[in-house]
Ligand binder design. Structure first.
Ligand SMILES: Cc1cc2nc3c(=O)[nH]c(=O)nc-3n(C[C@H](O)[C@H](O)[C@H](O)COP(=O)(O)O)c2cc1C
Length: 184
């Protein structure tokens, strides 16, 4: 059974609907995984401790909401500190070699926004080249991403119907992620 490490990069899961539902869906399965909630760990990390979780992992999943076409600052902070030179890359940085990297994320916009000629002008996967290259630099195996469009729920603006749709889509997302993780 491979060791799965999930890095939750939502900055505040108390206010989340989509990412919270995805993580709850993962909990409905008996698939074992280690979860690091960056909203609880904050910015001032115990880097050696985080690196020990990484060393133990065979599969690392970044779970986050898409913010400004990228990942939230709190998870970038984790990557900058934990995937350090001499650990993750560089001539002596081999700790990540052979591990799998998967990104799992929620997207506010609809799929029609993420295409040539659409509002965001590019397919959403074109915003993921940094993860693919991160995996390459660190000698990791980049896995196809799991993502869901139309995941934004804005209290006071979105309707109850929107809320139910986001919950349903996020549960589906959680199941898709589980199916992928069970294949390792
Ligand atoms: C600061 C911020 C930036 C965002 N940037 C994007 C974006 O670039 N593209 C997009 O489609 N949605 C964007 N969104 C919408 C979020 O992706 C969406 O609300 C989130 O995936 C919902 O997940 P949650 O319920 O777990 O918070 C942004 C939201 C916030 C708060």
């Amino acid at each position: 059974m491979p060791n799965i490490l999930i890095i939750s990069g939502h900055p505040d899961l108390k206010t989340s609907l989509a990412n919270k539902t995805i993580l709850e869906t993962l909990d409905t399965s008996d698939l074992p995984f280690v979860l690091r909630r960056l909203d609880l760990l904050g910015w001032d990390l115990d880097v050696e401790k985080e690196q020990s979780y990484v060393r133990e992992a065979d599969v690392i999943v970044f779970q986050f909401p898409l913010y400004w076409y990228s990942y939230p600052a709190i998870i970038k902070n984790w990557v900058e500190k934990v995937f350090a030179h001499g650990f993750a890359y560089g001539s002596k940085g081999t700790a990540l070699t052979g591990k799998h990297l998967m990104v799992s994320f929620t997207v506010g916009g609809g799929s029609d926004h993420y295409r040539k000629g659409g509002q965001n002008r590019h397919p959403v996967e074109e915003f993921l080249y940094n993860f693919e290259q991160m995996a390459e630099l660190c000698h990791m195996i980049y896995e196809p991403p799991v993502y869901s469009f139309g995941s934004a729920y804005i209290p006071g603006v979105s309707t109850e119907e929107d809320r139910q749709r986001v919950i349903k889509n996020s549960k589906d997302h959680g199941q898709r992620l589980l199916e992928r993780l069970k294949q390792f």
